[in-house]
Design a binder for this molecule. Sequence first.
Ligand code: 13P
Length: 340
Amino acid sequence: MNLDELKSVARAIVAQHKGVLAADESSPTIKKRFDTIQVESTEENRRRYREILFTADGIERQIGGVILFDETLRQRTRDDIPFPQLLSGRGIIPGIKVDQGAKALALHPGEKVTEGLDGLRDRLAGYKQLGAQFAKWRAVIEIDERDIPSPFGIRANAHALARYAALCQEAGLVPIVEPEVLMDGAHGIERCEAVTAQALQAVFAELDAHGVLFEGMLLKPNMVIAGKKCPRQAGVREVAEATLRCLRRTVPAAVPGIVFLSGGQSAEDATDHLNAMNAMGPQPWEVSFSYGRALQAPVLAAWQGQEDKVAAAQTALMNRCHLNGLARAGKYSRSMESTA
Ligand code: 13P
């Protein structure tokens, strides 16, 4: 393990203006996204769609890394260039989703734990050979009225995240550690803040116990936000303040960057929240993005699976990248959306 390399890759992903494009939807998830635009989820359609994303003009200005799915890491452009090579050639660091999904946690009804540790050491070696320089593992924590998550559910997920992160660093890959507290449900923002804090405390305790180098990892948390079904939705400033308060209490300053997931927020809200946090002044870590839906929803809507709409789809991606790049510096304003 080369510690300096891990540190420099982690820092490069969240360099000034930059964040991550999460394009690592598993086959069932990308099918769900394609269903919304009536595009069949064939291997070629998935390849073509990802090619449209990765060849959009100028996105390397705001995209420091792209997370790929196993299938995508092995696919190529029309001109026969492997996707990892295409991205690296543009100065974008290729990464790989390595978890195998959240499954029911035995004897804990309503809770999940993420699988994928068995054989992970060998898979990581293979991914590194294929050009990946970082990895992602997502833990899913649901909030329910009935004492969910339980302290054990949180601990089980934190332990798996830490085992994954240690294996990544051993293999020379930067781990993105993603404990996602879901925004489904009717809970208020206060409950989200409390659960997010518990989850992050547990995650950093386990990472430390496993010997993970904080300087060579990135954290991908949810923002602190009210559940989708909560009648009182917090405003942008309240979300930004609660999120920063929660993270400052739980995330060591040695971590180079926090790259938020969008989690079902609209593209505009995700950008606005990121902007508000950056406008609140310097933080101990880079405050950035690793958005899936918040970068891609407008692209899918513009593309519709049609070749004559590829340019419009790429423009939609470039626009979101540009606006999130501004939000990285606290220089975005909602009024910029209408002129896009
Ligand atoms: P969203 O931004 O759509 O939540 O996706 C990010 C991600 O990678 C979830 O694992």
